[in-house]
Design a protein around this ligand. Structure first.
Ligand code: AKG
Length: 284
């Protein structure tokens, strides 16, 4: 049975994002609460809040912490982010490969086959001041292709106040490559190629789409869509898992300055994706 309608497929390709309601069951969501907690406690997790204080010295080169940017005062929440938890946590692997997500992504991208690229955990504690910087996922992926997407799966109710994601409508069709940044500052990663990401006011409803979401809803965006998220100004946690997939025609394309995964040394530019670290997940 299809998980998405023709209208939803049309919206995905027109706007570069669509929210599919009620895709994940309560049971599936509950099964990911502990794994997310485990991820938060793991050493692989980055404290994005601290990374937000990073600056590149005017002379270029190594990124430093900017003490002036570290804020003081009332206790504030931290923004945590990490990737590839499935490498050593079977619960993340099951979520990415056995849940409805692969079928959902394949249907929306009209892809006969689908591969799993990466999972990410993105948690904003209560009162996390950092909005997520506007960025383009393709800048971080060592990939090229038109059928590449992110499924953003919140475990908590989402509104603008708790840190809803925002998407620049239709930006996946601009045919423009933007430099990757540090997610919490608009600062581009050093030695990377592309244009600087333009500034957007997150409340700019003329250009940006923003959705209230319930746990179980999934926002799927195209890898070329510019997007970010609001700060979490509430007393609630904002926990989300992103699972990233690629479909028919995707090949490896290495991007200068963008972090590599260990298995990227075993594949070559232009190879179709298909490696044990990028397994086929659809059809099952
Ligand atoms: O969760 C967030 O704050 C941002 C999510 C995002 O940018 C992504 O998963 O690609």
């Amino acid at each position: 049975m299809a998980l998405v309608s023709d209208k939803e497929i049309e919206a995905f390709w027109r706007d570069g994002v669509v929210v599919i309601r009620g895709v994940l069951s309560d049971e599936t969501l509950a099964s990911m609460a502990k794994p997310v907690d485990r991820a938060l406690g793991s050493e692989e997790m980055n404290n994005m809040t601290e990374m937000g204080t990073m600056v590149v010295p005017p002379s270029g080169g190594t990124v430093l912490n900017d003490p002036a940017a570290a804020k003081t005062g009332a206790p504030r929440g931290q923004f945590h982010g990490g990737t590839d938890h499935w490498w050593d946590d079977p619960d993340f692997e099951a979520f990415a490969t056995q849940s409805p997500l692969p079928q959902l992504a394949a249907e929306l991208m009209r892809s006969k086959e689908l591969w799993f690229y990466e999972d990410s955990v993105l948690v904003k504690e209560p009162h996390t001041e950092e909005p997520t910087s506007i960025h383009q996922d393709m800048a971080y992926f060592q990939l090229e292709g038109d059928k590449v997407c992110t499924t953003w799966c919140p475990l908590d109710p989402i509104s603008k106040a708790t840190g809803a994601t925002v998407y620049v409508k239709g930006s996946h069709r601009w045919e423009r490559n933007f430099r990757p940044n540090w997610f919490v500052s608009q600062l581009s990663m050093p030695n990377t190629d592309g244009e600087e990401v333009p500034h957007y006011d997150r409340d700019d409803s003329e250009h940006l789409l923003c959705f209230d979401m319930a746990p179980g809803d999934v926002a799927v965006h195209h890898a070329m869509t510019l997007h970010g998220a609001h700060a979490n100004v509430t007393d609630q946690w904002r926990r989300a898992i992103s699972v990233r997939y690629c479909g028919d025609g995707t090949v490896y394309r290495f991007k200068r300055g963008t972090p590599l995964k260990p298995h990227h040394s075993e594949v070559s530019e232009g190879d179709p994706v298909n490696h044990p670290r990028c397994p086929q997940v659809w059809p099952r």
